[in-house]
Ligand binder design. Structure first.
Ligand code: ADP
Length: 342
């Protein structure tokens, strides 16, 4: 660009000399002409080069200020003087990178925003249902129901069970946010998974008996297996999966727990012969608040967060969880754990 400018200005000087010589009858020596043309060429090259550099540097500085948001990151002025086109390519590349990063950030923010909106919508919806019920029962009691022996106790019990549901939702939400903020530190220890399953069977005995469901181990799985995991967190997993197998199991059904050794891991499976889940729902079962049959889940007191918590716990152990299911035949949930070395 500077060279082109120098040529242009030299041409003007030559034109001036020709006009002076032709029309104004100025007599120039050829040495004077050469010197004048040479000096004007060099001079205009230096001036144009300097002005261009200042101009480009100022522009680039502005671009860098915008994309880097830092004063120190302006390119080196000396580097700029070496080769204008190279530095422009570098700037173009950096601006492109900056634009890509901005675009990615915008996409991430949009996803987070829509997730946040859905999450708040789901939470408020979940909380609203029991709150409305409690409000309804309390108002009915206040409007005279309190003195009606036929309904007062029943309404109080229903209000109390909705308070329990509220508490379950809030506790589950608290737990899930603990996992998501990665505040939870696992207490990894060596323990026998079979005796933990026995404890959970014992805790859920009453629920199982109400539906005449048998809680059993698969034949041949009566050995103990020592695993390395957070015992209380795995208790939560087993409790959730086994209580789901009861909730969504059929009367007189069976919940069967099996263990399979896979190299250094143990696969724990909880199988029921209950209502099962259609294939289209399977990928969403571990999503927060996802329910296949909303009314059935609510009636049985579920928060819709149980499997999301289970997945968080298993993933925090760097393990995997999966589900197989056939509607009308039952479901099998399986997760892996590290076997202890002993
Ligand atoms: P919920 O509190 O609703 O039980 P979960 O997260 O534990 O929430 O389960 C999510 C959904 O997955 C349930 O609403 C139910 O539709 C389905 N589900 C979970 N376990 C089973 C199972 N063993 N059999 C059939 N469906 C199940």
């Amino acid at each position: 660009m500077a060279l082109f400018g120098a040529f242009a200005s030299t041409s003007f000087v030559l034109l001036g000399l020709w006009i002076g010589d032709r029309f104004l009858k100025m007599q120039f020596q050829w040495k004077e002409v050469v010197l004048l043309v040479f000096c004007s060429g060099i001079f205009s090259f230096i001036i144009i080069h300097f002005i261009l550099q200042q101009f480009i540097y100022r522009r680039i500085k502005l671009i860098y200020k915008i994309i880097r948001k830092a004063k120190t990151s302006v390119p080196d002025k000396k580097a700029l003087q070496k080769n204008d086109s190279t530095i422009l390519e570098v700037v173009e590349q950096e601006v492109q990178q900056w634009a890509d990063i901005q675009q990615n950030e915008i996409e991430t923010l949009k996803t987070l925003e829509s997730y946040r909106r859905r999450y708040i919508g789901n939470v408020s919806h979940e909380l609203k249902t029991p709150i409305f019920s409690i409000q309804g029962y309390i108002h009915t009691l206040m409007d005279g129901g309190m003195h009606d022996e036929n309904v007062n106790m029943r309404y109080l019990e229903r209000a109390a069970s909705n308070v329990d549901r509220l508490l379950t939702i809030v506790q589950d939400l608290e737990e899930i946010s603990k996992f998501e903020s990665e505040d939870l530190v696992l207490d990894i220890q060596n323990f026998d998974i079979k005796s933990l399953v026995k404890e959970v069977f014992h805790d859920l005995e009453v629920n199982a008996r109400q539906k005449s469901i048998d809680l059993i181990f698969k034949e041949g799985a009566d050995r103990s297996f020592n695993v390395m995991a957070d015992r209380e967190a795995i208790r939560r997993v087993l409790n959730n999966l086994i209580s789901n197998s009861i909730k969504y199991g059929n009367e007189n059904g069976t919940t069967k727990v099996s263990f399979y050794v896979m190299h250094k891991q143990l696969l724990v499976e909880i199988a029921d012969n209950g209502i099962g889940v259609e294939e289209k729902h399977l990928n969403h079962l571990f999503d927060r608040f996802y329910r296949v049959d909303k009314s059935r889940s609510r009636v049985s007191g579920g928060s819709g967060l149980g499997l999301a918590i289970v997945k968080h716990i298993i993933e925090a152990h760097q393990q995997t969880i999966n589900v197989r299911s056939t509607p009308g035949r039952g479901s099998t949930f399986g997760f892996t754990l590290d076997l202890a070395n002993d």
